[in-house]
Write a protein that binds this ligand. Structure first.
Ligand code: GLN
Length: 451
């Protein structure tokens, strides 16, 4: 049924870069056979899923939304891919994304944009717009995204779906193509809080193949999602998450959510986190710096695209020509910015300062979580904007992550879930819930209570 749905609507939505029809049917049949034989089934047996094209999939193309990996077929599965298979999930295909997960609209994909199913002329968010659009268009009931600065939560917000960035280290990064390694985190996307929890549990947990993977039990997210409540909880509202640039309808729905939390028994606490105002600036130094280092591996020798190798050119020339053709504008912009920020003489002023700001933000969170159990905010300052509107204005594009980025810098957990439609445009608004590191279960407890 989901393959038929994809066939019917994906020409318009363009959520998928690759639909693995045969593979999906084979996986579904294998589940049927196991069931018929009375064998033990995985926890998500037979449930279809859309996988962001940033996770390696053995024998299925993985492009990361870039021309530089066009035609590359990975020789191995990412840990997330493997755990999905172990859970007997049926992987429908790979979803569209901003190239190397750099963007907030999926317009930076080398393979063309994805439409927001609520209004196809608008962006589905990014970088994981394909995953969230697939959910909103009923092409898949579950999806996987990655969140470096908001790429799970912001697409969830603007498509009226649920998305969770787990605690950094909670879900393995092995086989997840690196953008900014100290910020990147894979996580679940779904249409309900409980669905997200079931998927979260299937993919989370320690992985010896990822050196930053946390070796501790997975927080009890499913149990929390089944027992939603905010009774007696302290919920923080941060002063810095409002003001100029926030759409009136977004603020209205957010204020109503805070009211609902109060009615359901939570105590609301006003918080001041002054360093959050610097988060965007710190992020746009740290993320490009790490990206400039990570993307050095795309040298035309080891993977994917190779251009200009006609026997007359040196390896350096072939690398340069391939990168010129293979990388898009945003990727080049970030590699240049990051290389500059890391260069000798500028390192302390830029990268070093950004890391200090990162520490200040982490401390703001630590202080806040002495007073509250969770923090809430709008996920994004505005609803989905029209495709093309911010394409030529990187600074305007970067503002989409104003509320999501502090969490990545501090490494704690956050969820976005729908909280109504903005009255002025009828488009979905996201409520963000933020919890301390390894308290991911609180997101689900609160999310299930207000869903
Ligand atoms: N929009 C942010 C960026 O462009 C975040 C992307 C992400 O989370 N992958 O970097």
């Amino acid at each position: 049924a989901h393959l038929a749905r994809i066939e019917a609507v994906d020409e318009k939505v363009h959520a998928f870069l690759h639909v693995d029809r045969e593979g999906a049917l084979a996986q579904a049949r294998a589940v049927d056979a196991k069931r018929a034989a009375g064998e033990k089934l995985g926890p998500l047996a037979g449930v279809p899923l859309a996988l962001k094209d940033i996770f390696t999939t053995e024998s299925i193309p993985t492009t990361v939304g870039s021309k530089i990996l066009e035609g590359w077929i990975p020789p191995y599965d990412a840990t997330v891919t493997k755990r999905l298979k172990d859970a007997d999930v049926v992987i429908l295909g790979k979803t569209n994304m901003d190239e190397f997960a750099m963007g907030s609209s999926t317009e930076n994909s080398a393979y063309g944009p994805t439409g927001n199913p609520w209004d196809l002329t608008r962006i589905p968010g990014g970088s994981g717009g394909g995953s969230s659009a697939a959910l909103a268009a009923f092409e898949a009931p579950l999806a996987i995204g990655t969140d470096t600065g908001g790429s799970i939560r912001q697409p969830a917000a603007v498509t009226g779906t649920v998305g969770v960035k787990p605690t950094y280290g909670g879900v393995s990064r092995y086989g997840m193509v690196a953008f900014s390694s100290s910020l990147d985190q894979g996580g679940p996307c779904a249409r309900t809080v409980l669905d997200a929890a079931l998927l979260h549990e299937a993919i989370a947990g320690h992985d010896p193949l990822d050196s930053t993977s946390i070796d501790a039990p997975v927080p009890p997210v499913v149990e929390a999602a089944r027992n939603g409540s905010v009774e007696g909880m302290r919920v923080g509202v941060v002063k810095q998450f409002r003001g100029e640039g926030y759409q009136a309808g977004v603020v209205q729905r957010f204020d109503e959510s805070v009211e609902l939390l109060r009615k359901l028994g939570a105590t609301i606490v006003e918080l001041d986190c002054p360093s959050f105002d610097l988060a965007l600036s710190a992020y746009y130094l740290i993320a490009p710096s790490e990206c400039s280092s990570n993307l050095a591996r795309f040298d035309a020798m080891r993977y994917g695209l190779r251009v200009g190798d006609d026997g007359t050119r040196s390896a350096e020339e072939v690398t340069a020509i391939t990168r010129e053709e293979g990388f898009g504008d945003e990727v080049k912009r970030r590699v240049i910015l990051g290389t500059y920020a890391l260069s000798s003489g500028y390192y302390d002023a830029y990268y070093g300062s950004a890391q200090k700001v990162r520490t200040l933000i982490t401390r703001d969170f630590e202080r806040a979580f002495e007073e509250v159990d969770v923090i809430v905010s709008p996920t994004t300052p505005t609803t989905a904007f029209p495709i093309g509107e911010r394409a030529d204005d990187p600074m305007a594009m970067y503002l989409a992550d104003l509320c999501t980025i502090p969490t990545n810098l501090a490494g704690n957990a956050a969820m976005s879930l729908p909280c109504g439609l903005a009255p002025e445009d009828g488009l979905p608004v996201g409520l963000q819930i933020i919890a301390p590191a390894m308290k991911d279960d609180r997101l689900y407890k609160v999310g299930a209570a207000v869903e």
